[in-house]
Design a binder for this molecule. Sequence first.
Ligand code: CP
Length: 318
Amino acid sequence: MQWRHKDLLDVSQLNADEVRHILTTAAYFREINSRPVKKVPTLKGRSVVLFFAEPSTRTKTSFDMAGKRLSADTFALGKSGSSIVKGESLKDTALTLQAMNPDGIVIRHSSSGAAQFLAERLECSVINAGDGRHAHPTQALLDALTFSRRWKGDFVGKTVLILGDIAHSRVARSNVILLNMLGARVRLCGPRTLLPPRLDTWPVEVFSDLLTACRGVDAVMCLRLQLERMHAGLIPDMREYSRTFGLGARHLRLAAPGCCVLHPGPINRGVEIDSDVADSAESLILEQVENGVAVRMALLFLYLTRKSPEMNQSGIPE
Ligand code: CP
């Protein structure tokens, strides 16, 4: 498949064949990541700027690792260490980075639409590493790889419950789109104050009771309370929240046999997920992190070689 996209802003830009192509490519890079020597020359001579204007452990480190394992040069820039603190705008920051001729910019930003803003102004590829509450496409793709490995590629007939702070979650938004595209059903559960408006337009079932929501599901994806995006006290009492919406072993007993548990991280043990569930055999939380490196290698490969048909079409050079 010749990759046709310049930018990755959300999974809604992709079709199911393209998603499957990303997952197949990521599976190839998973194998490379299991070798004693994990570095391949695939992107030698290419450069990627990692511009993270919001904190990140998983996404930033895995993009950095992904780039380096493909022999690309990666350059990390954070908000506090950049000239944004001296008043430079996002546009001027982006144009400045563009002038250095990188092949791609990976951006995380607190404003929904920041990645699109850059994509419309820059010639290089822009990959959205999470913008406000809008989208987190690379997270949804690594979650899809995790589900795909668990379900042997078959999403049809599977039900995924997304639990917690849906209103502020870019992970939930991207996952609802992608899981539906791949044929899974999605349930949402959370307090009314943490559900987004106009949910009737989303392709989901909505539950207010966690025990009911868990019945028969094949996977539960827990979400952190995004306190940094809450401008009012939407949770009156944290202990009450964890009693009502925290995932525990008693909930999983109502799920389908083999039900797995995911969490994009960072996790808050004892709030949205009990420690014994986070550390259980059903938990795929650390496999998600592992898959994140492979998926981001696949994305850097596809987006940065889109103008090189000899690389992009003929498989992945080792
Ligand atoms: N899942 C996720 O985006 O984690 P980080 O904020 O640590 O990157």
